[in-house]
Design a binder for this molecule. Structure first.
Ligand SMILES: Nc1ncnc2c1ncn2[C@@H]1O[C@H](COP(=O)(O)OP(=O)(O)O)[C@@H](O)[C@H]1O
Ligand SMILES: [Mg+2]
Length: 373
């Protein structure tokens, strides 16, 4: 997939913005801090998954002092088919978010997978040491883009979770009834089972090539395992659903006390064990980064296989954090993909990049400027 142009209206630091990217595959967005580089990648991430890859709230995405934003892109598939994708989000007169493909209005969920994207963010450099939420996002962002069924369950689960949590707090305050929890719990168990099973199966697929990928990046661990951390052990959808239903009931009292749901896939986690030990507990910074890079390549090929389309790659501020071997490997492995890379540094070693200078809401091509070795 190729992004041919991007148009923004009242998105973040861009009151009005339009850019055609031209032919090259590798686009370097160069500029100082706060120039607006990440904002551009974030806009692309919203077209792809319906939400910001930074998890930002809708209101923060609208240019300050405004009440809506628009993101529009012209894309071309690997087979040459052109399309437009658009997301419009408004706060007033009422909160609404709508998607358009070829100017046909669609529920935002139907946008999933139209523009496949894999992102690599600065917080991913410490993926295994950081909070579980980014690790969960990695799985969910991949799955919503390849499976409309997963997206439907995921969206519905989030909604049910908010409803159960709100009721838990009302019960704590004496204005809600415990027997009303059952309705939300039934749904949470049903959708939660779909999500949990999808996580487990995705990790199994990634597992298949993980060792090989790590070896090719120079790590020589004997055995590498992706492990899913969850409460429960059932392996069928029905089994997981029954376990979740049981646990939600069992932990009601604790959940009431805390005012939120403490069990379910929104609390699950995963890790990599190398030769029997968790990467987070022993691996050097360099080894952790190697593992993250391996995961990036696995996500890209998973997406490509499942969607039959090469995803766009967003690399936000990570390139200059990698050593030279990994930088070179990144560029060669992602050949043939359209890559958007933000950086505050000059990045040597890339000769074929189109370089864009980003400065206070303006983006200009730097034709004379080549990133040289
Ligand atoms: N909703 C918003 N409205 C206007 N400006 C915003 C909004 N959100 C962020 N900004 C501005 O965007 C800039 C940060 O842009 P960003 O893309 O993160 O920069 P960088 O080039 O460092 O990646 C900051 O100057 C910030 O004040
Ligand atoms: Mg940035």
């Amino acid at each position: 997939m190729r992004l041919e142009s991007l148009t923004l209206q009242q998105f973040r630091s861009y009151p009005s913005f339009e850019l055609a990217f031209g032919a090259g595959d590798l686009h370097v967005l160069h500029g100082q801090n706060a120039a607006g580089k990440t904002n551009l990648l974030e806009a692309i991430s919203i077209l792809s998954s319906g939400h910001s890859f930074l998890g930002a709230e809708e209101d923060d995405l609208m240019t300050w002092g405004t009440d809506h934003y628009r993101i529009r892109a012209a894309v071309r598939s690997d087979t040459g088919e052109g399309r437009t994708i658009e997301v419009v989000s408004q706060r007033l007169p009422r909160r609404a978010r709508v998607g358009f493909v070829n100017d046909v209005r669609l529920p935002i969920g139907r946008l999933m997978g139209v523009l496949p994207v894999v992102a690599f963010l600065p917080q991913d450099l410490s993926l295994f040491l950081g909070s579980p939420s980014r690790r969960r996002d990695l799985l969910n962002d991949l799955l919503v883009q390849v499976s409309p069924e997963f997206f439907a369950s995921f969206a519905s689960y989030q909604k049910l979770l908010r409803q159960r949590n709100a009721l838990l707090r009302r019960i704590r305050e004496g204005t809600g009834r415990a027997q009303d929890l059952a309705v939300w719990e039934e749904g949470l168990a049903r959708e939660g089972a779909v999500i949990t099973l999808a996580h487990v199966e995705l990790l199994k697929v990634l597992q298949l090539s993980l060792e090989e990928e790590l070896r090719s990046l120079g790590e020589s661990w004997q055995e590498v395992r992706l492990t899913y951390d969850r409460h429960g052990s059932a392996t069928t959808r029905e089994g997981i659903e029954a376990e979740l239903a049981h646990d939600l009931l069992h932990f009601r009292e604790r959940d009431q006390l805390i005012g939120s749901t403490t069990i379910g896939p929104h609390r699950h986690d995963w890790r990599i064990d190398a030769d029997g030990r968790s990467l987070a507990s022993f691996a050097s910074r360099g080894q952790q980064r190697t593992a993250v890079l391996a995961l990036l390549f696995l996500q890209v090929s998973y997406m490509e296989v499942r969607r039959g389309e090469k995803p766009l790659i967003l690399l936000d501020d990570v390139f200059s954090e990698l050593d030279q071997t990994h930088q070179e490997r990144l560029v060669t492995s992602l050949k043939g993909h359209q890559v958007f890379l933000t950086t505050t540094h000059d990045v040597p070693g890339i000769s074929s990049a189109t370089v864009w200078e980003v400065r206070s809401g303006k983006v200009m091509e730097q034709p004379g400027r080549r990133m040289r070795a």
